[in-house]
Ligand binder design. Structure first.
Ligand code: PXP
Length: 243
């Protein structure tokens, strides 16, 4: 199980003042010291947090691997193909959303086509590809048909529920993870995961990578990035060994 730490919100704090601190590049170094297996950033079309400069510098400084989240937009795809991160995760993007709200809508022909084209460009550039999808059978089968290397299962609905509904969402993630694995996709998961709710997701055996951002950066404000990552990595390790 790999923990990829999403450092977008370090850049959010910086952009609140359009200054040069806190620097996500420094955050990445500390996250790696705390045990992160990789660094995730989302270069949004509106550049609300991560900037092109950040991605360029991270490509030269991150020692683990960079997972670049991006929408199927030509300008960002150009940059991805130039910089060639270890992995690119295609996500849907809406300008007015606070954060990525759902997985790629692969049942919508225009989104399917755009995703297919973007995936082909990234693969041709030698970049490992992942698609951020809702944990449902149709999206998994569409991802296989497109030739994605991995899918990242959206855990937002799980994170937003409680009680019996939460158990149902874990079951849904379990089913999706085992189908994706059976169809030879690597399985990742993320969105809305916290120190309190990560355990049942981390215990799903087919999931090999978690992408966690907001909760880790929030804790890092109080404990420092290195300690915050170390603590999350330890919870994941324990969830796995008790699964
Ligand atoms: N995975 C994807 C595809 C995302 O877009 C995000 C948010 O940028 C995350 C994971 C991390 O979500 P969170 O910040 O809620 O941990």
């Amino acid at each position: 199980m790999r923990l990829y730490v999403n450092i977008d919100h370090v850049a959010t704090v910086r952009q609140a003042r359009r200054t040069d601190e806190p620097d996500p590049v420094r955050a990445a170094v500390l996250a790696e010291l705390g045990g992160a297996d990789g660094i995730t950033v989302h270069l949004r079309e509106d550049r609300r947090h991560i900037q092109d400069r950040d991605v360029r510098l991270l490509m030269g400084t991150v020692r683990t691997g960079v997972n670049l989240e991006l929408a199927a937009a030509s300008e960002i795809l150009d940059l991805a193909c130039e910089l060639r991160p270890m992995q690119a995760t295609l996500v849907p993007e809406k300008r007015e959303e606070i954060t990525t709200e759902g997985g790629l809508a692969l049942s919508v022909p225009t989104q399917l086509d755009a995703t297919k084209r973007a995936l082909a460009r990234l693969s041709d550039a030698g970049i490992r590809t992942s698609l951020f999808i809702d944990p449902d059978e149709a999206s998994i089968r569409a991802s296989v048909d497109m030739g994605a290397d991995a899918v990242e299962l959206h855990t937002g609905e799980y994170a937003n529920t409680t009680g019996a509904e939460r158990l149902a969402q874990i079951e849904r993630l379990n089913r999706a993870a085992s189908l994706a694995r059976k169809l030879s996709l690597a399985v990742h998961a993320g969105h809305g995961l916290t120190y309190e709710n990560v355990h049942p997701v981390a215990a799903i055996p087919e999931i090999e990578e978690l992408n966690i951002g907001h909760s880790v950066v929030s804790r890092a404000v109080f404990t420092g990035m290195e300690a915050a990552v170390r603590e999350m990595a330890e919870i994941i390790r324990r969830s796995r060994s008790h699964a």
